[in-house]
Design a protein around this ligand. Sequence first.
Ligand code: PBG
Length: 325
Amino acid sequence: MSRFPVYRARRLRRFERLRALVRETSVEPGDLIAPLFVTYQRGRHPVAAMPGVEQLSVEAAADEAARLEELGVGGVLLFGIPESKDERGSGAFAADGIVQRAVGAIREQVKNLVVATDVCLCEYTDHGHCGLLTSQGEVDNDATLELLARSAVSHARAGADMVAPSDMMDGRVAAIRRALDDSGFAHLPIMSYAAKYASAFYGPFREAADSAPQFGDRRGYQMDPANADEGLREARMDIEEGADIIMVKPALPYLDVIRRVKSETGYPVAAYHVSGEYSMLKAAAERGWIDEERALLETMISIRRAGADLVITYYAGQLAAAIGG
Ligand code: PBG
């Protein structure tokens, strides 16, 4: 079997310029999207579970977006922390809601950055679930669709370039597509969180976005980590409903799903390197147990190698600064 000594794999590994010539995968600042948390409060508020991540006022979010644009980062993904919460999550679709205001402020500061918004109710409902509840306390899929569609249209009106529904209600991509088309936003793309798993790695995010469910968990609507075929079904369903970019989330524990979605659909694939994945690297680096920059680059290359066209990561700014534009 062996072709040795004719074939010596090590010949192309001898020095960096040679390795670079045959390198298969790259990661560029333009492949990255930075999530931003926007709050009604003034200034910047560190998120304890995510060192380096802050909740930002509308003004601070606009400054941060301008800084990221300067670094060559592809886009931002906005999450809102509203002033008050209610049963229906009204803050999610209010014309002067926090995300709607942040989109407006960022638009004035940036030229080329893609301004995307997360569409979900969990940050805005007092119970912390991603949809309306029935009297039995279950998430009411079909009744939630209209509110998600209203949220997406309100983001579009505020000036968003793309909407990203993360709620995992069945049929929401179709509902959002129809509402956008009917409101004059037929050109606005949808990046759908298609294969979104019920993951322990979202823990730190729920502190950042103040969105932990007040009872129960999200296993009734997010996916079972054991299922990959189902991830494919979710991706196909969202494509049929009009999704333009398919997301897999989290990233590293689901590289097989990223690869299959890419190979079997041929659609643009986004991978979300989530809060827990970020915090694990930060924690190990703080203790001096790993080389943060090398571990980060290896992580991002792995996600791209698996088939992701773009990566949503809290490391976007730091990584862009490290690799250059
Ligand atoms: C809202 C939403 C969540 C994340 C993105 N959108 C939390 C959740 O589903 O519980 C998680 C992102 C992260 O952990 O970085 N539905």
